[in-house]
Each structure stands twice: as structure tokens, then as C-alpha cells.
Design a protein around this ligand. Structure first.
Ligand code: B12
Length: 461
């Protein structure tokens, strides 16, 4: 019989922009540890004024035998104004070490993006690359049995800085069997109040190969889907038990495959759940029927992962759509009265003043509710951007990229930021996180205090 452990799961994310986001990954880990019979407690750093004394109190009260830490973000990925969270994570790990001898297990999207550099810097005992539903209980069982964490046919383990990095050899195939997040172990009400929505996942994986993007590394390039029934059961339960009406689908791309997205909308509409929702969409996989279903199921705002409106740049970023897809998707949103925003990344390989003009002109033509403009690309290990940034002399070969480095097309340099900043000041629906334009935390908090829910960029036009 397996020995059960006292497990403390900590969500280390404290970022509150563009909204505080519910720690769904940590809640999945709390669920899976509890399902395996362990006694689970949680600590969320998001709304704490200071790490101490809460951490000390929690560790004293729960006497954890394992501490799991969820690392969602590495940094704000915005340029030129950027916040890196890495040193806070170091402080957290050091503080846990000072309070308990329990082994520390790291995981999360941020961790997965650069496991080696993080293990090196933070000095944890174990780190899980990718989804944790299988690996976390396996590691807990190893600790319970006093066995070393080493490779098996199911888990590849490699030593890093005195610890071990674990990657599951295969990913979960049947996501409906992966369990659902144990949300009530975190303060759902506070996140709903201050973040304006809770979040839910309908699928994992992304088979596109956009040059800068880490999603396939985090979730795999094969798309695995939950059934509409299971997704909507989850929404319905939280809706009934906690009154949560507003949701964000955290899928990399909600509308791919389009049939799956339609199935979810149909199920929500059929059950008359009276919810409102939002999510990331790809501008290519969208048609009249999907927009109609989205509107009928409560979709209020769509974020397109557009990145550029210039055909040249869309090609350079290896995105598989074209400006006409953007025209078509935007026209459908107008027709169905769906608020929509185009997320852009300026400064990629090959960007020039001319391609910037093409994107700006297209945005003028499409009349989106909002535009979120990033200037510069955060170079992430394992993506094609590393080679490009090396080629263009923007990073050094020995840079571990733990602290952010941004690629900006050599043809533009910092002229880019100045241009986008000026444009955004003159256009009320443009948000530029890297210059703090329309991302003022006090303003956002005031809007939430007035009980405004959903995506706040909807209010811009
Ligand atoms: C949806 C999303 C958003 C939405 C969130 C909406 C919402 N209400 O939830 C929005 C648009 C608001 C957003 C904003 C930001 N995001 Co974002 N976002 C995502 C996305 C696509 C999905 C995140 C998610 O919820 N996944 C689903 C959950 C279930 O997965 P998970 O948390 O990874 O957990 C699993 C595993 O990681 C693991 N695990 C997690 N914790 C633990 C702990 C232990 C102990 C173990 C063993 C395992 C484990 O098991 C879990 C279950 O399988 C990811 C990319 C991606 N595909 O991961 C980026 C991502 C997380 N975002 C990122 C960033 C940078 C941000 C922002 C800082 C800036 C920005 N670009 O807007 C802000 C920060 C917001 C905040 N307050 O924290 C980065 C973080 C890494 C980095 N580069 O720093 C990512 C990875 C994208 C990227 N560029 O690489 N984001």
C-alpha cells in the first residue's frame, strides 16, 4: 500500500496584469495529488503583501513532506518595460529551504520553457517538464517509498545541478481522464472579483511552428481534446456551486479543430448556462456557423493571435494564414457583434518600416475593438528565434535566456518602440504593455471594483 504524504502546492505567480489569472495549473496538481490519497494544502502568493510571514505559518501548520511550486511566468515578456520574476522565485525556493527539509518539486509553463536554466539557478530537487498529472503522483510515490527518482520506460530523468528533471515519455492521450482542477483550494472568489473571469482548458497541444512560440514545447505538437460534455460539465458545476459566469478558455487556439470548438459552443448553448466567455482564436479557422454558435453560447470577446498584418511578416513568422484571413475573420466578428482584438508582435525577423506600415494600415481597415501591440520578441530556448537572434547578433551563444532578451529586427532598432508608442497615444484602442499604455494597474483595479467582468479591452471602443 502506498504511503500518503503531506503535500504543499504553492502558486508562485504574483503578476496582476493584464489581470490576476487563476492558478489553474497548480489547481490541477492539487487535484491529482489529492486523488492519489495525499493530504494537500495550498498557498497562493498572488494577493499576499509579503512572502513572510504567510509562508512560515503555512509550513509550520502543514509540515509538508513535499513542496510543489508552480512557475507560470518567467517574465512579462514585454519590451522595453519588463518585469522578470526569476529572482522572486529564487527567494521563494530559498525561503522554503530555510523553513523545511521537504524536497521541492518545480513545474509549470514557465519552468517547462527552460527547465535546465531554472534548475541551475533555483536549485530545486525535482522539476517536471510539461504536464504534471502523471509525473507528479509518480514522484510523490517515489518520495513516499524512499526511492530515488530515476528513469523508467515512462519517465526520462536527467540530473541537473544536484536535482533531477523529469519528462514524461508520452503525454496524456485521454484528457477527459486527467481529472479537473481542484479550484476550491485557491481563492476563486477573489480571482473572479479581481481578474473578472475564471479559466478552463478544452484541449492541449499546438501543431503550428511559429518561429517565436513555445506552445508546442509546453503542450506538445499533437492536439488532444476533451469532450464537449466533460468541458461543459466542469463549467456548469462551477457556475452552479460558485456562481461564476465569466470564463476564459486557456487553449492555445480555441477554434482549432473548428469542429471541436463548435461542439463546445453547441453544448454550452444547449444547456442554457447563461455564461460569458473569451479565448484565443486563430483567424483562419472561423466561419459564419462558428461565430453564430460563439455568440449564442455567450462569447463576448475574441483575441486573435494575429502577430502581424503584413503578408511578408506573417510568412517570416511562419504563421499559416494571410491578410485576407484577417479581413474575413474581422468581418465575421463585426457581423455577429463579437468584440475582438488583434494581438500583434512588431519587430520580428525582416520587419521594416514598410511592413510596420502594412500592419498598421490593416488594423485601421479592420476596426478591431482593441489592438495589443508588443514591440520585440522575447527569445525563448527551443524556438527557431534562437538561431535567428544568434545570426543577427542579438544574443550570445552562451546566454541561457533566463533573464529576457528581445529580438528586434536590425532594420528598426528602438525606432520601432517610438513609432508604436506614438501611434498608440493617438489611437485610443491600442494597448502597448511594453510602454505601460492602457495597462495601468490602478485603473484596471478600479474597473474590477465596479464589478466589470470579462476582458477589459472590450471597453476601449
Ligand atoms: C491562456 C494564457 C494567458 C491568458 C490567461 C487567461 C486566464 N484567465 O487564465 C492571458 C492572455 C491573460 C495571459 C497573460 C499572460 N501571459 Co500567458 N499564457 C496563456 C497560455 C496560452 C495557457 C496557460 C494555461 O492556463 N495553461 C493551462 C494550464 C492547465 O497549464 P499549466 O498552467 O501549464 O499547468 C500544467 C503544467 O505546466 C504542469 N504544472 C503546472 N504547475 C505545476 C506545479 C508542479 C509542482 C508540477 C509538478 C507541475 C505543474 O501541470 C499542469 C497540468 O498539466 C500559456 C501558454 C501555454 N500553452 O502554456 C501562456 C503563458 C503562460 N503566458 C505567458 C506570459 C509571459 C504571460 C504574461 C506575463 C504576458 C503576456 N504575454 O500577456 C501575462 C501574465 C498574466 C498573469 N497575470 O500571470 C508565458 C509564460 C512564460 C514566459 N515566457 O514567461 C506563456 C507560457 C506563453 C509564452 N510566451 O511562452 N496568458
Amino acid at each position: 500500500m502506498n504511503r500518503c504524504l503531506r503535500v504543499l502546492v504553492i502558486s508562485a505567480n504574483t503578476e496582476k496584469l493584464p489581470d490576476p489569472v487563476f492558478p489553474i495549473g497548480a489547481a490541477y496538481m492539487a487535484a491529482v495529488a489529492a486523488q492519489h490519497g495525499h493530504t494537500v494544502d495550498t498557498l497562493d502568493l498572488c494577493f499576499l503583501d509579503a512572502l513572510q510571514p504567510m509562508l512560515a505559518e503555512k509550513i509550520r501548520d502543514t509540515r509538508p513532506e513535499v513542496v510543489g511550486i508552480s512557475l507560470r511566468n518567467l517574465d512579462s515578456s514585454a519590451y522595453p518595460q519588463n518585469t522578470s520574476y526569476i529572482d522572486d522565485y529564487k527567494q521563494l525556493v530559498d525561503a522554503v529551504r530555510a523553513l523545511t527539509s521537504a524536497p521541492i518539486v518545480l513545474g509549470g509553463a514557465g519552468f517547462t520553457v527552460m527547465p535546465d536554466a531554472i534548475m541551475e539557478y533555483l536549485g530545486a530537487d525535482v522539476g517536471v517538464i510539461g504536464e504534471g498529472e502523471m509525473a507528479f503522483p509518480w514522484i510523490l510515490q517515489g518520495f513516499a517509498n524512499g526511492e530515488p527518482i530515476r528513469s523508467t520506460p515512462e519517465y526520462a530523468c536527467r540530473p541537473v545541478n544536484g536535482g533531477v528533471c523529469v519528462s514524461p515519455v508520452t503525454r496524456i492521450k485521454q484528457l477527459d481522464h486527467a481529472g479537473i482542477p481542484l479550484r476550491r483550494r485557491f481563492d476563486m472568489d477573489l480571482y473572479y472579483q479581481r481578474g473578472g473571469a475564471l479559466n478552463i482548458q478544452t484541449k492541449r497541444g499546438c501543431y503550428f511552428e511559429c518561429v517565436f512560440c513555445s506552445y508546442p514545447l509546453i503542450e506538445g505538437s499533437q492536439v488532444r481534446m476533451r469532450t464537449a460534455q466533460a468541458v461543459v460539465d466542469e463549467i456548469q458545476a462551477v457556475r452552479q456551486e460558485h456562481g461564476v459566469r465569466h470564463w476564459f478558455f486557456v487553449d492555445n487556439i480555441f477554434n482549432m479543430p473548428i469542429r471541436h470548438a463548435k461542439g463546445i459552443c453547441e453544448e454550452i448553448a444547449a444547456r442554457q448556462l447563461d455564461i460569458e466567455w473569451s479565448g484565443y482564436l486563430n483567424p483562419k479557422f472561423i466561419d459564419d456557423e462558428l461565430c453564430d454558435l460563439m455568440a449564442r453560447s455567450g462569447c463576448k470577446a475574441i483575441e486573435f493571435g494575429t502577430d502581424s498584418g503584413s503578408a511578408t511578416m506573417i510568412g517570416n513568422l511562419k504563421k499559416e494564414f494571410d491578410p485576407d484571413d484577417l479581413r474575413h475573420a474581422s468581418a465575421l466578428c463585426h457581423k455577429h457583434h463579437l468584440k475582438f482584438c488583434h494581438s500583434l508582435i512588431f519587430g520580428g525577423p525582416g520587419e521594416t518600416q514598410q511592413t510596420v506600415t502594412e500592419t498598421i494600415d490593416l488594423m485601421d481597415e479592420l476596426r478591431p475593438t482593441a489592438v495589443i501591440a508588443m514591440t520585440g520578441i522575447r527569445v525563448l530556448p527551443g524556438t527557431a528565434m534562437v538561431e535567428i537572434a544568434l545570426r543577427d547578433g542579438q544574443i550570445d551563444a552562451d546566454d541561457n535566456l533566463l533573464y529576457p532578451k528581445f529580438y528586434i529586427s536590425p532594420a528598426l532598432g528602438d525606432e520601432l518602440v517610438a513609432r508604436i508608442e506614438a501611434y498608440a497615444h493617438a489611437h485610443s484602442n491600442w494597448i502597448v504593455p511594453g510602454k505601460g499604455i492602457k495597462t495601468n494597474i490602478q485603473v484596471l483595479q478600479k474597473l474590477r471594483a465596479r464589478k466589470i467582468k470579462g476582458q477589459l479591452w472590450r471597453l476601449l471602443r
